[in-house]
Design a protein around this ligand. Sequence first.
Ligand code: AMP
Ligand code: MG
Length: 470
Amino acid sequence: MMIKFDNSYARLPEGFYTRIAPRAVAAPALLAFNTGLAEELGLSLDYAAMAPVFAGSELPDGAEPIAQVYAGHQFGGFSPQLGDGRAVLLGEVIDPAGHRRDIQLKGSGPTPYSRNGDGRAWLGPVLREYVVSEAMHALGVPTTRALAAALTGEPIYRQEGAVPGAVLTRVASSHIRVGTFQYFAARRDVEALHALYDYTAARHYPDANGPADFLRAVCAAQAELVAHWMSLGFIHGVMNTDNTALSGETIDYGPCAFMDVYHPVTVFSSIDAQGRYAYDNQAHVIVWNMAQLATSLVPLMPDRDAAIEEFTAIIHAMPALVDAAWLRRMGAKIGLKEATEADKPLIEGLLERMQAGRADFTNTFRALTEGAARDQFLDPAAFDQWEPEWRARIEREADPSALMQASNPWVIPRNHRIEEMILAAREGDFAPFERLLSVLSKPFEAQPGVEDLRRPPEPSEVVQQTFCGT
Ligand code: AMP
Ligand code: MG
């Protein structure tokens, strides 16, 4: 078994992690392997023989497993020490394009950061992360990826009762989080903070000229990311600072979901009682998260007051970045190549009518392309009022249909289909999982025979509760 590891994080000082191997399990069995991603990583693996590796029972040559330490604001409250409580980083590979990628096992047993947790993941959330992260990638959104999923052959205990244990092999540009910076900043370990900064800047923002520039680059990446999510109706669900990656990739798919009916305050996590991470609040929370990053970077600067002033200006500039990215992406969804402020009322007018008319987010935008959007509204008259204004505006566009086709997915992973897939998998039927994966690998293409995956849930099918997906 050949993986050519080059483990740079494990060469950082001891205080960045704990060296710990994944815990061997009873009966490793491979459920899924992502051959496309393996190719992209330049791995040539006899994956059929690799169940013990992907379940955590066997270490591949060259791996130097570590659990990374971090901190984070969880629902606004600061936890000074979190960390990989049920994950280990096996190591890093450099893909043929020259990008360094982490290979991590998630659900691989307890670590010193497990607190009261069992260090495990169950099949349901593992398959959800597999499907949704791969769908996000196919939708063009920066994200961690899924390389493999394996069963452990051991039951674990959750709200649902005894459920099958599973391990996800996750690939990421890195697992460095806002919370990683917060960890060292909170401990006032300026030396470690410098080492982390140097490492992260070199790995993700090599052109950044100092911490202010670095902060600006992370803000830009996160503004793009969150606007991208919102343009697809995606709700992350747990935008804690430990779930915000410095790379600008989507990370940690817990109670995430795509909206069905458009409603801006949709919340998917049942523990998010105040709607902190509601759909439309994501644009604000990401700025708050970047302010926490900024705070953590201050000790790197020689002049504290000057740094605070400079960083404050960067944070204050961020809402405009999110807005601009939002406008560009939402404009593209209605066929505008370069939407301007003047186009905002047109976009908002549609969204308001969608909300009032209980229109399905994904299907309404896609139907615009096909001239069938009015059927999506409870009261089509509301759409009929909007449509002429829109038609008049896209007269000035060169090729609005092509842009709309490329900006409005035909199919997304709907929550009720994910839940259905998980239920089937629990019973040993993985056909719905395979089917979702296959259909969602081409989300912008109309595909015959899968109309059922496009259908919004009936009232009885709406998923009522999504817990932290653990
Ligand atoms: P999450 O909500 O998945 O982002 O996790 C938040 C924190 O809880 C992280 O430090 C995780 O490592 C830890 N954690 C979550 N689930 C478990 C588990 N089953 N066992 C141990 N630690 C966990
Ligand atoms: Mg997390």
